[in-house]
Write a protein that binds this ligand. Structure first.
Ligand code: FE2
Length: 261
């Protein structure tokens, strides 16, 4: 579904012969995507739909956390969350904007190809972290929220269909994710072909493209080292206490295109 917002529409647009300003369109591709800004220029004899790269690059901004930096304690501490959000994620945003700006100015295929790695790494970093923050919620076990609680519903049914239980999913997810060599991401994703949930991993900041991401877990050392040091299994066991299953279920329902899953 496309949500189209018309902004700054000139009030005199329908008057013949009047001076007409540009119309800015901000297209929200879907709840998983990033806003795309278009500028429609009203020329004397025709419409020109002109996709402005510059406008688009400026739309990459650090999304605010949907909770306080200490809200995920004791499972992820305030220091990690503060650095992770304000330093690491911000760096991906800045580098992505720089790469997109350079790409828009590149005039040859060779120049554009040279920017692919930076676009993939920083674009992936921005997409993955934007999802990650929404994947998390203050923990019910700590009496702070609904994090870690999987209620009866389409997500629980879909998990039990594949793994039998949430505990079995956690075990397989953690084993697969511990197998990542170096930095990467562990994923619970939805396969739109088989209409089933799957576990996947991606290296570096590669976004999950083969499945619709439902839950993503950051396995970079910056996500856990200040609290869990080298003991990655403890981080992976702890994070299930702050997984936002309500957000995950909303993603599953949207990905499946069926609110009655
Ligand atoms: Fe990260």
């Amino acid at each position: 579904m496309l949500h189209v917002f018309l902004m700054d529409a000139p009030r005199n647009a329908s008057k013949r012969g009047s001076v007409i300003d540009d119309i800015i369109l901000v297209v929200q591709s879907n709840r998983l995507g990033q806003p795309i800004t278009y500028r429609i220029r009203l020329a004397p004899s025709s419409f020109l739909l002109n996709h402005h790269h510059h406008q688009n690059t400026m739309s990459n901004t650090l999304p605010p956390l949907p909770y306080a930096y200490n809200a995920l304690e004791p499972y992820i501490n305030e220091q990690i969350m503060t650095l992770h959000h304000t330093k690491h994620h911000q760096t991906y945003v800045n580098a992505l904007n720089a790469a997109e700006a350079a790409y828009s100015k590149a005039s040859t295929p060779k120049e554009r190809i040279a920017l692919q790695a930076a676009l993939k790494f920083n674009g992936g970093g921005h997409i993955n972290h934007s999802l990650f923050w929404k994947n998390l919620a203050p923990s019910a076990a700590a009496g702070k929220g609904n994090g870690g609680v999987l209620k009866d519903g389409p997500l629980k049914s879909a998990i039990e269909q594949v793994w039998g239980s949430l505990d079995a999913l956690k075990k397989e997810f953690n084993t697969a994710t511990l197998g990542i060599q170096g930095s990467g991401w562990g994923w619970l994703g939805y396969n739109t072909q088989t209409k089933r949930l799957e576990i996947a991993t991606t290296p570096n900041q590669d976004p999950l493209l083969s499945l619709v991401p439902i839950i993503g877990v950051d396995i970079w050392e910056h996500a856990f080292y200040l609290q869990y040091l080298n003991v990655k299994p403890d981080y992976l066991n702890a994070i299930w206490n702050v997984i936002n299953f309500e957000e995950a279920e909303a993603r599953l329902v949207e990905a499946s295109g069926n609110s009655k899953l």
